[in-house]
Design a binder for this molecule. Structure first.
Ligand code: NOJ
Length: 583
């Protein structure tokens, strides 16, 4: 496996701009605010920033609906600010990656505004248009697909007497990648424009959606009472041209800017052999992907949100084992990622750890950091994860949420059984497993102001999580034993010359796949191995020790408890994690 690419041993930090730091008191984070915190980001041990979309956008999906790839949303700043951010990262030895949203644009993008005018304009087929279907004389969408964000995947436009296709919101029409002229316009406007300005790579949004089955067969009816049906993954994911187009994208848009440009794909619902086709270094399609298998545990899209259950550790572990396994076939020379948070999910300390007492919160946040920092692949930290930010409380009001798809869904569900507190609490339990608003609250910089140091505005764009009084950067920075200082220590360890090969590039072997309480694995590189034992429960657990291993002969490299292990080396306390050097 090649170890020379800069991005393999790098640590990435994701910034979600609306909530990172507001510099001008308008309640929204902005680019100057990000610049003001670059030293902080650097001090964590970060090598590159992945910046979620800052492009011009009507913000129906918080920037994932882009109306102009070549400009900045005014609340975030200007192109000049962006140039300063690129320079600010580079002068500190960090790189900057932008989000590349190419499956769809905003319906306010000039390309779509032209496309929707008529069936024969120059951009008529830059988006995916189909004629209506008539059932008993009534106009219907071309097929029964339900969009990923709810409702029909089609929206009617009278000017063309046609429907356009959208996998996400109706304000996010899907681009027609089948058209070479559209692809070239995307490469020029969204990719080359930014590489010329000096950025270092991209995170490709829903990258495996570009090519889909454009015969649009009806989905099987799995919910007879619903008008729209869940799309089959094979109909809208990993379509027939994916590999061809990504190789073209590399050749025409990325490679001219050098071999160091990195592309990370968001790749849901994709089997391992297919992931490896995307990520093998021989194909030069994607350099690595975010695989979400471990996140799916407990979520059943064919059921109501009130019926979803807590993730099962055994399933989460299987998902991580899958993603670690991307490194196994040395001939393919593929790569992987180590991550647990982003802007689309709840806070991990609340979902997989225990945020109910200060003690369990601190121990579990640190234990989760041990997991991520000992897994192979490129490590990603999401803003606020390093201080153990928590999810929103169960009584958080729908009116205070900001994520359109979930608001629509919760409102519709709540309307089915109004005044039923038990049902509401089941729905909110589902929200606690998948809600995207949890990770979008402002970063908690301090406890001294109502805006948590994020903003001086009386009303930030989204409410600050009340936990800011006890969980914030100021109270942890430089404080020995804090979650923040622990993260820094783990990142330093991961990059330490003695451990880097093993922790970042080592082989992963899961030891206790069936346990619902512990996550135990061996990492090995050449002759050295460590055993990572993590207690995912509030109870004492025994370390799973493989046959023939004498743990008493091993040394503890790191633990999330300050004091020495109690009892024998084989007992893990509540949420305790330990890394043992075993050879
Ligand atoms: C994935 C992004 O991470 C998410 O935030 C967005 O809503 C969808 N793609 C659509 O672009």
């Amino acid at each position: 496996m090649s170890t020379t690419k800069w991005w393999k041993s790098a640590v990435g930090y994701q910034i979600w701009p609306a909530s990172f730091k507001d510099s001008n008191g308008d309640g929204f984070g902005d680019i100057p605010g990000i610049i003001s915190k670059l030293d902080y980001v650097k001090s964590l041990g970060v090598d590159f920033i992945w910046l979620s979309p800052t492009y011009d956008s009507p913000q129906h999906d918080w920037g994932y609906d882009i109306s102009n790839y070549e400009d900045i949303w005014p609340k975030y700043g200007t192109l000049k600010d962006m140039d300063a951010l690129i320079g600010g990262c580079h002068s500190r030895g960090m790189k900057l990656l932008l989000d590349l949203v190419l499956n769809h644009t905003s319906d306010e993008h000039a390309w779509f505004e032209e496309s929707k005018q008529s069936r024969d304009n120059e951009k008529a087929d830059w988006y995916i248009w189909r004629d209506p279907k008539f059932v008993g004389g009534v106009r219907r969408a071309p097929n029964n697909w339900k969009s990923n964000f709810g409702g029909s995947a089609w929206t009617y436009v009278p000017e063309r007497d046609q429907y356009y296709f959208h996998l996400c919101l109706s304000e996010q029409p899907d681009l027609n990648w089948e058209n070479p002229a559209t692809r070239e316009a995307i490469y020029e406007s969204a990719i080359r424009f930014w590489l010329r300005r000096g950025i270092d790579g991209f995170r490709d949004d829903v990258v495996n959606h570009y090519s889909k089955d454009q015969s649009f067969p009806d989905a099987p009816v799995t919910a007879p009472n619903d008008e729209f049906q869940l799309m089959l993954p094979e109909s809208f994911l990993n379509g027939p041209h994916m590999h061809e187009w990504l190789q073209e994208q590399r050749r025409k848009a990325l490679a001219p800017f050098g071999d160091d440009i990195v592309v990370i794909g968001e790749l849901p619902l994709t089997p391992t052999d297919e992931v490896l086709r995307y990520t093998s270094s021989h194909n030069r399609e994607l350099d690595m992907v975010f695989d979400f298998e471990w996140m799916q545990s407990g979520i059943d899209h064919s059921k109501g949100m009130d019926e979803w259950s807590a993730p099962k550790l055994s399933e989460v572990k299987a998902g991580f084992a899958k993603a670690q396994g991307f490194l196994n076939d040395k001939a393919l020379d593929a790569w992987t990622t180590s991550f647990m948070e982003n802007h689309d999910c709840p806070r991990t300390v609340s979902k997989y750890g225990d945020d109910t007492t200060p003690k369990s919160w601190a121990a579990s946040a640190k234990m989760l950091s041990m997991l991520l920092c000992t897994l192979s692949g490129t490590l990603f930290v999401y803003q606020g994860q390093e201080i153990g930010m928590t999810s929103l409380p169960a009584d958080f009001a729908v009116e205070d949420m900001r994520d359109k798809p979930i608001i629509t869904r919760l409102r519709a569900d709540l309307a089915k059984r109004p005044n039923d507190p038990e049902y509401r609490s089941c729905l909110m339990r589902g929200f606690s497993y998948v809600g995207r608003d949890h990770n979008r609250t402002p970063v908690q910089w301090d406890a001294t102001s109502p805006g948590a140091g994020f903003t001086s505005a009386a009303e930030p764009w989204m409410k600050v999580n009340e936990s800011y009084r006890s969980i914030n950067v100021q109270s942890q920075l430089g404080v020995s034993g804090s979650v923040l200082e622990f993260w820094k220590r783990m990142i330093q360890l991961r990059k330490h010359v003695d451990w880097k090969d093993l922790l970042i590039f080592g082989h992963f072997q899961l030891l206790d796949p069936a346990s619902e309480e512990t996550f135990t694995f061996v990492k090995s590189f050449e002759k050295r191995s460590v055993l990572v034992a993590l207690n995912f429960s509030g109870d004492v657990q025994r370390v799973f020790v493989p046959d023939g291993l004498d743990l008493s002969a091993s040394e503890v490299l790191v633990s999330n408890y300050e004091d020495a292990p109690v009892g024998d080396l084989q007992t893990l306390r509540a949420w305790e994690g330990r890394v043992y050097i075993i050879s």
